[in-house]
Design a protein. Structure first.
Length: 418
């Protein structure tokens, strides 16, 4: 039988908008006496309302979370999803004891290592090495225990050259690399990771997801993961919690939770479960390589498709590039009706070149579509892979394209099919 490591009962968190305090000294004293001395609910929070940012509120107090209840067992990998403002980060901060609940109770068995925001838990004046020891000490580990993990942490982070440099000089990507390596390798029973991983490059994100999978499945530790990348949540997690306006809308099996989220937000038409066939011809894998320099960057896309059931009609690929928040930027269709799908139980490899002119530094999603006759969809992997641009095409540019540029159609061509 699984052992419960986190129990959350009637958890709520209220925030006051604008000026902090009740407005008068007498009410401040009344609040202090009621909450701190008598242990009762704050009398001035009863007028609060749920955290729905789409409507105008009537009071200056909102409930970021309201009456949250759930239980997490040892070894569970739990994805916490929801729209921006749903209360995900607030929940993780409460679980990590960064802030205190307004009402309710959290029971935790074991040590928690958290990766919530870039810079959290690091002292900027200390070196990377010194911060590793500092974080271990905070978790209650002895110096010898930390020293045994030191080489493994530095190797995983990939910042060995700068490990004795004060972390205030690190880039955000280096910060996240080291912070994740520390959180994942020090001996905590529970690992909590917020969307902060999006700061890292695509390769490191994949490495982190693999490590979290090992932590949960191989080491029996518990992982809580917040992300807007549904493919990552589905691949890593077995259970899910969906937050909507500060309340738990759905909890349970991760596939059901993701489906409810997508249907609620009218995204289900765009979702295809990663690497699961929806027809007799589907995309089985993909990888990308960036070549050249700005402003002449090119993306080399290697796509593998599997033909389970043959058709006499030829298929073609389309490629979609979106920002990290999934807003669309580019669409490319190199050539129509070029992929022979007449032989069943075979694989096809398609190598495509796509121009990336105009993208500023950042992380982008690549989606791949395969279909026939310009309208029949065989498979659509909306965010099958992520890649990172490291330099700007024009000095000082802060947006991906000039204003009002619209949805771009870059030059692209098929290099090889085999």
């Amino acid at each position: 039988m699984s052992k419960s490591v986190i129990q959350v009962e009637n958890l709520s968190k209220a925030y006051q908008i604008g000026q902090i305090g009740t407005g008068t000294i007498s009410r401040d004293l009344e609040r202090f006496f009621a909450t701190k001395i008598l242990g009762k609910e704050d009398p001035f929070l009863k007028i609060g309302e749920t955290n729905d940012r789409s409507i105008k509120g009537q009071s200056d107090i909102v409930w970021s979370l309201k009456d949250i209840n759930f239980e997490i067992n040892q070894g569970d990998a739990v994805g916490i999803i929801g729209k921006n403002g749903a209360g995900k980060s607030t929940l993780l901060k409460l679980l990590s004891r960064v802030t205190s609940p307004t009402t309710g109770e959290i029971k935790v068995k074991g040590r928690i290592a958290s990766l919530l925001e870039v810079g959290t838990g690091f002292h900027p004046e200390l070196s990377g090495r010194e911060n590793i020891y500092l974080n271990g000490a905070i978790l209650g580990m002895r110096k010898k225990e930390i020293a045994r993990k030191l080489d493994e942490i530095i190797d995983f982070s990939g910042v060995e050259r700068y490990i004795d440099t004060p972390v205030k000089r690190y880039s955000s990507g280096m910060y996240v690399r080291l912070a994740f390596a520390v959180a994942a390798h020090l001996e905590s029973e529970i690992l909590i990771v917020d969307e902060v991983l999006a700061v890292g490059d695509a390769e490191f994100q994949k490495k982190c997801l693999g490590k979290m999978g090992d932590i949960s499945k191989g080491e029996g530790r518990t992982v809580l993961f917040v992300s807007h990348n549904m493919a990552a949540v589905q691949n890593l997690c077995t259970k899910g919690i969906l937050l909507e306006n500060g309340i738990v809308s759905t909890q349970g099996e991760v596939d059901i939770v993701i489906r409810n989220y997508l249907e609620t937000n009218k995204l289900s038409d765009f979702w295809i479960q990663n690497n699961k066939p929806i027809s007799g011809i589907y995309i089985s894998s993909a990888n990308v390589i960036i070549t050249g320099r700005q402003p002449n960057l090119k993306l080399i896309i290697n796509t593998e498709i599997f033909i389970n059931e043959s058709t006499n009609k030829k298929a073609f690929l389309a490629f979609y590039i979106s920002a990290i928040d999934s807003s669309p930027l580019m669409e490319a269709i190199p050539e129509y009706d070029i992929i022979d799908c007449s032989k069943p139980k075979t694989q096809k490899y398609i190598k495509t070149e796509l121009e990336l002119n105009g993208l500023i530094p950042g992380i982008y999603n690549l989606g791949i579509w395969i279909g026939i006759e310009h309208s029949v969809t065989l498979d659509w992997q909306r965010e099958i892979i992520q890649f990172e641009i490291g330099e700007s095409p024009i000095l000082g540019r802060t947006v991906s394209f000039p204003k009002h540029a619209g949805f771009l159609i870059p030059n692209s061509k098929i290099i090889e099919i085999k």
